[in-house]
Design a protein around this ligand. Structure first.
Ligand code: B16
Ligand code: MG
Length: 217
């Protein structure tokens, strides 16, 4: 009677959203499209291609396919230059405690991320071995809020969806978890994540007692 605990990466385990923002901002600036952290919120959890489409919509712009592809490649190189400098220090507060508590209590752990860079990032911060399975943007075709990434993670954990709990920082990710029939836990702002079953500002607010209740429920 194990439960499956599925963690998003960007914004849950590490704060790579700040690096995505810097890289997207540089791209938007080069196109003369105004882009702030408010607009960046709409890109969280959203795929790379869909993110550029959204930025172009913000600027009422369209691009030829080859230019679109060139910008995406540049953005990713730019983003990876920030990722390159990442260390364990960038693991968000109390994430190691929560991962340890759950695995010491025999629970199944998965990463469920839209990012094609997920394995690179986990390697950088030394968390590659903490998960029973990793499902990332290289393995799924439908972006959150489609539940594909979480359903695949549950399959790989051999835990039915209704026994899975998802930690997410993005509205699209909370919707994906809900669409998968899983319990959604928002990490961040309750006004943004209002569709989540529970919301905590960060993992320091999630006690071992609460985790125990999730395990027993
Ligand atoms: P990449 P998550 C998502 O990761 C990010 O939140 C989103 O901003 C990004 O566009 C997406 O990954 C794709 O990332 O360009 O690295 O493939 O939150 O699902 O872990
Ligand atoms: Mg995220």
């Amino acid at each position: 009677n194990k439960k499956g605990f599925i963690f998003d990466l960007d914004g849950v385990i590490v704060d790579t959203a700040q690096y995505h923002y810097l890289a997207w901002k540089e791209l938007a600036d080069s196109l003369g499209i105004s882009f702030s952290e408010v607009e960046n919120e709409q890109l969280k959890g959203v795929s790379r291609i869909r993110s550029l489409e959204k930025i172009l919509e913000m600027g009422n712009m369209t691009l030829a396919q080859d230019e679109f592809d060139r910008l995406i490649t540049n953005k990713n190189a730019d983003y990876l230059s920030y990722v390159e400098g990442m260390t364990r220090e960038e693991i968000l507060a109390d994430v190691p405690r929560v991962l340890r508590f759950l695995s010491e209590n025999g629970q199944r752990l998965a990463l469920g991320s839209a990012s094609k860079n997920a394995r690179t990032i986990l390697g950088k911060v030394g968390l590659m071995d903490q998960f029973d399975t990793i499902v990332d943007g290289t393995q799924v075709s439908k972006a959150k809020p489609d539940p594909e990434v979480f359903i695949r993670a549950a399959k790989e954990l051999h835990v039915p969806a209704e026994r899975c709990i998802v930690f997410e920082d993005a509205l699209a990710g909370i919707q994906a978890a809900n669409n998968a029939g899983m319990l959604s836990i928002g990490i961040g702002d309750p006004t943004v994540l209002r569709e989540a079953a529970f919301v905590f500002s960060d993992f320091t607010k999630i006690s071992n007692e609460f985790l125990n209740e999730l395990i027993q429920a």
